[in-house]
Design a protein around this ligand. Sequence first.
Ligand SMILES: Nc1nc2c(c(=O)[nH]1)N[C@H]1C(S)=C(S)[C@@H](COP(=O)(O)OP(=O)(O)OC[C@H]3O[C@@H](n4cnc5c(=O)[nH]c(N)nc54)[C@H](O)[C@@H]3O)O[C@H]1N2
Ligand SMILES: Nc1nc2c(c(=O)[nH]1)N[C@H]1C(S)=C(S)[C@@H](COP(=O)(O)OP(=O)(O)OC[C@H]3O[C@@H](n4cnc5c(=O)[nH]c(N)nc54)[C@H](O)[C@@H]3O)O[C@H]1N2
Ligand SMILES: [Mo]
Length: 684
Amino acid sequence: MCMTSAVTGYFKSLGSDTPPTAYEDIELADMVTHWGHNARGSHPIVFWRIADHKANKKIPTLVVDPRRTGTVMGYEEVNEANSYHFSTINGDIAIQNAIAHVLLTSHEEAIAWDFLKGHSTGWEDYVKGVTERYAPEKVQHITMIDPKYLREVAAIWAEASIKGRKNGKGGVLSLWGIGYNQHIHGQNNTVSLINLMALSGNIGRPGCGPFSMTGQPNAMGERLTGGLTGRLPFNEGLSNVAWRDHIAKVWRIPPERLASVAKEENPGMAIGMMERALKGDVKAMFLIYATHIDLPDQNTLVRPALNKTFNVVQEIYRHAPNNLYADVILPAATWGEWVGGTYIQSERRFYVCDGTANPIRGTKPDMDMVIDKGRAIATALDLDADAIFPYKKMANGFYNPEDVFRDIVIASKGSDSDLTGMLEVEERDGVALYDQIRNHRGIQWPAPTYEIARNGGTKRRYMEQEGWDGKPYGGFRTADGKLHMHLCEQNYEGREEIIAQLSRAGTEKGFYMIDNLHLLEKARDNGLTPELPDFDFLNKRWDEVPVDKYPFWIGLGVVYEHFHTAKTIRSGTTKRLVPEMYVEMNIDDAGVLGIEDGEWVRVISRRGSYEARASIGLDSKVKPARNTVPRGYMFSPWNLSVGDSADPEKNRWLANAITHRAFDPVSGQVDFKKCAARIEKIRV
Ligand SMILES: Nc1nc2c(c(=O)[nH]1)N[C@H]1C(S)=C(S)[C@@H](COP(=O)(O)OP(=O)(O)OC[C@H]3O[C@@H](n4cnc5c(=O)[nH]c(N)nc54)[C@H](O)[C@@H]3O)O[C@H]1N2
Ligand SMILES: Nc1nc2c(c(=O)[nH]1)N[C@H]1C(S)=C(S)[C@@H](COP(=O)(O)OP(=O)(O)OC[C@H]3O[C@@H](n4cnc5c(=O)[nH]c(N)nc54)[C@H](O)[C@@H]3O)O[C@H]1N2
Ligand SMILES: [Mo]
């Protein structure tokens, strides 16, 4: 639900799930852009670094977000004259293609022709398509941006790109978040941004590049070690037989087991899994570190599915929503109670995280539970558990995570995330693996040679320093070493019909998205949303809107004070700061609806509802009152979701009761930001 659109988009364009950039690029950039990313709330350290750089070097910034967020207003406080904001709903691809159009037709000196001709494929189609079809005036009904304003921003983009190229560092740095990944065209969003960055030469140089802002603290770790369905560790697909055999060999698993997994298909990933459970084809679920209430369409998909399956829940909290559906609960120790481990952040940097306390009695670290279960399963399958899991317990009774890390490093050999230089450093300089990471305050993968590992890894990718064996200078990870451009389109003609078909999911029994992938592909190829509001009913009082009409867009995202769900809302401090579920409303919309600031309302979609307090404008008495929404759009944090009860009627704040299950046919991500909703007053 978080990053897969970045993952599959990077693969499609660059041949590897690799953010090519480093945080140090912030201070080198000549322009910073944010797409679907409220950095001030979600990645505040990154936001303040950029704001400082903006104050010091007067660089322009662009924020693309339907809301006027704290990020938008924060940059305006630094320098209003060069802070730009595109308030668009879903129009990102058309915006990027329109910027490309303006660059090609009015700022040709910004185009990186040498790069395109020497290092990319597909640019001819892209150039032709955006030139013919994406004049800002022509696509204004999609972008929602005044063409004059768009042309002004494109000129600033051109200026920054030219400056970067001339100086050999700098240019445009583009960050994106989940307001950008969470679309049924999420993969295309990533590809489309990389297209524009490549066209304007903003890749392969310090101070510029596409930079996905990872959400989950260790999403990058999970991605690198093959956590996504269909993937092997270290950026290779399960269909790569040679790599599959390599992994089986170094991790001591019978190769035929991986080969049999490779035959399975899993369209829709998490959503597909839930739909298959609903059909009765998935019999059991193992839920670890993932709560079901963060998945979409709780009432007609997720919870009915979990009612059918046998569920094992490995959890740290007694009140965790998954426990409501658990047949077996395995009590885990929290990460802070572990002996330690590693995680990876957005710039590919491994860190060591040392535990600070001992697990409480009766709990075990997740890793220990996984190893012990793995051993039991191996034995049940008549395999040699000692050979597959050769790990020894330490004096404190737990396994040593550094032993597992060594297995990870060994297995990475020859991949594009090769870490084996660290083994040489250990051998030649006598520094243990974790100590190398500690000494450097993190090592950035890849680190394939002694020299690179000793220098802390690879700061940026696809640049000169990658001259190791067999890897050409500056080469991308695609088979031909080139960046692959694919024109992504946005076309709203005929969208009502496609979207009407999508709305069958969650409202019509026996309708499954996984049986209708062609519909999702059509929606993706035209850059659509899963739903469309009934705009005709926008100017009505709340009690004059018919019960089957949903006039508003509603989006769900994060609020600064809380982290994810059902956790921080139980913490005394954060609970005091933002205590209640709220919905941001536009002041004019609220006026027409007849809703007053602070009133309790019900937000209702075709699939469910939740309660929230109306938060109207920056002066609202409902905290935090930090953003404003455009007319027709509303916003709630999903952070305040609670799984009160297994009974849908009894869930007051379950945000995902309203969301839609339509997913990107490749990345599997859904659009949590564009549901159609109605507002009802709750009379107390
Ligand atoms: N409506 C809506 N829904 C969304 C989103 C949205 O924007 N809107 N965003 C999506 C995004 S970006 C994300 S990342 C997901 C997040 O979805 P999840 O990853 O499911 O989020 P968490 O709420 O962090 O839940 C983690 C679970 O793991 C448990 N846990 C915590 N620490 C440990 C541990 O050390 N060991 C074990 N075994 N368990 C532990 C917690 O108690 C909790 O039950 O939600 C997605 N859902
Ligand atoms: N405080 C705090 N920080 C967190 C988290 C948390 O729970 N709390 N969670 C972490 C995780 S897992 C994640 S994924 C990140 C998420 O952090 P962000 O990526 O910043 O997430 P959101 O707030 O969900 O969405 C960002 C913005 O996308 C906008 N948006 C909606 N639709 C569109 C659209 O069509 N186009 C564009 N361009 N923008 C759109 C929304 O208005 C919203 O302001 O935060 C991480 N950091
Ligand atoms: Mo996330």
